[in-house]
Design a protein around this ligand. Structure first.
Ligand code: FES
Length: 337
């Protein structure tokens, strides 16, 4: 799916703090043409180190004419969350009409919702929608501790015994194998959380012999094995070295340098931005959910929108255009043509 790129003026209407490190910002948005389904996300224009950039966040259920995002101030943030945390009522930016790549199927007899930390943002809307329609569901929600579980009071009121919470500080953890074993054959699981949780869920789901099409997930693009470090990229046949700052993605740096790139989701999900790694002087930090662990071992490609190198220099082959530069512009979607 392509980004709709329908930008709307968005004015901060309200700021709440559902957890100490999570800020819920509600924007009054001009000209929204429709409502949105749970799991939808919006793009927002942010400023990072004085330069414009675009970040993507899940939209939280909110009143008509508004879009709300819940953003965790992440110590390893590339700058998007820090920007959102500077906003105050009356500030103006732009946001896109929501679109959805993490949709509920509405075909299962039972739904298991799994949220890790601020991964609760799409799961919260799903739980509300499923409960409102009387669907069978269970939600498991893990976070550092009880205080850091945004929306937990509302979810407890809504779901009662159907909600199980897990506090990492108290030594509690999900038992994914047991959760999956307890599901009816046509159940579906929806997961949002850090990369490690998603990888563990995919392994447990496969081990349980369940069909891959019934496990759906979304990941945070800024969640990798290593903290962000600057690194350099040589594009085979392009004749220049591109510096990637710690606060930007490889995709953004390559686009700024005029390297033609194909991309869409910018969340490590669609695989369109994948580039071949010819060589690397440092470890690679795979942050996508597009490639399986086996594919990563066999196929030296990474998703430029989220994955990165841990410093040093990588040589990439972007595989299709190296004839010349295109005008530098912010990443918004597939290049024309
Ligand atoms: S643009 Fe979709 S994985 Fe990078």
């Amino acid at each position: 799916m392509r980004s709709k790129q329908e930008w709307r003026r968005a004015k901060v209407a309200e700021i709440e703090t559902p957890a100490p490190d999570i800020r819920l910002v509600t924007f009054a948005v001009d000209g929204l043409t429709s409502g949105f389904d749970p799991g939808s996300h919006t793009n927002i224009k942010v400023m990072i180190n004085g330069a414009p950039a675009i970040r993507t966040y899940t939209v939280i259920p909110s009143r008509p004419g508004t879009l709300a995002i819940a953003v965790k101030l992440h110590p390893n943030s590339r700058g998007g969350s820090a920007y959102v945390w500077t906003l105050k009522p009356g500030d103006v930016t732009e946001m896109t009409e929501p679109e959805n790549r993490f949709e509920l199927s509405w075909r299962a007899s039972h739904y298991l919702l799994i949220a890790g930390g601020v991964g609760v943002t799409p799961i919260y809307g799903m739980a509300k929608a499923l409960a409102a329609r009387g669907q069978s569901l269970r939600m498991v929600y893990g976070a550092k501790n009880a205080a850091s579980m945004a929306f937990a009071p509302e979810l407890k009121d809504l779901l009662g015994e159907r909600l199980a919470t897990f506090s990492h500080d108290d030594g509690e953890a999900f038992d994914l194998a047991a959760e999956f074993a307890a599901l009816p054959a046509d159940a579906e699981a929806y997961i949002c959380g850090p990369l490690g949780l998603l990888e563990a869920a995919k392994r447990a789901w496969r081990a349980a012999g369940r069909p891959a099409s019934r496990l759906r997930y979304e990941v945070f693009g800024d969640n990798g094995r290593f903290a962000e470090e600057p690194f350099e990229v040589d594009v085979a046949g392009f004749g220049t070295t591109v510096a990637v700052r710690a606060d930007q993605t490889m995709l953004e740096a390559l686009q700024e340098a005029g390297v033609p790139m194909i991309f869409d989701c910018r969340r490590g999900e669609c695989g369109l931005c994948a580039v071949k790694i010819v060589s690397s002087t440092s470890d690679l930090d795979h942050r996508d959910v597009f490639f399986s662990e086996e594919e990563r071992r066999e196929d030296p490609r990474i998703c430029a929108c989220v994955s990165r190198a841990r410093g040093g220099r990588v040589v990439i082959d972007n595989g299709y255009v190296t004839e010349g530069r295109v005008p530098a512009q912010p990443a918004l979607g597939l290049p024309a043509g």
